[in-house]
Design a binder for this molecule. Structure first.
Ligand code: SF4
Length: 78
């Protein structure tokens, strides 16, 4: 019988290169989403940071939490 598996979406918030921080010098929007990938080092993440909308970033890689989730799915226990 066919077992449906749901591959997690590639959300920017789950990217291993994302560094979330605060910039208190910007009062109305202090939240910063910085990309630490060598190609974009220090630039803003391309996002988007909207629920359930995947990033189109080709540099995206899963962070540790998402990598564990993907490994669970691949092993059949997720
Ligand atoms: S720009 Fe791409 S690689 Fe960088 S943090 Fe955002 S999704 Fe990840």
């Amino acid at each position: 019988m066919f077992e449906e598996r749901h591959t997690p979406q590639r959300l920017a918030v789950d990217c291993r290169w994302l560094h979330r921080t605060l910039d208190s010098s910007v009062r109305d929007d202090p939240y910063r989403m910085i990309c630490q990938h060598i190609v974009r080092d220090g630039a803003n993440c391309v996002g988007p940071f909207l629920e359930n909308i995947e990033t189109e970033c080709q540099l995206w890689e899963p962070n540790a939490r998402m990598a564990a989730r993907l490994a669970q799915i691949e092993s059949g226990s997720g």
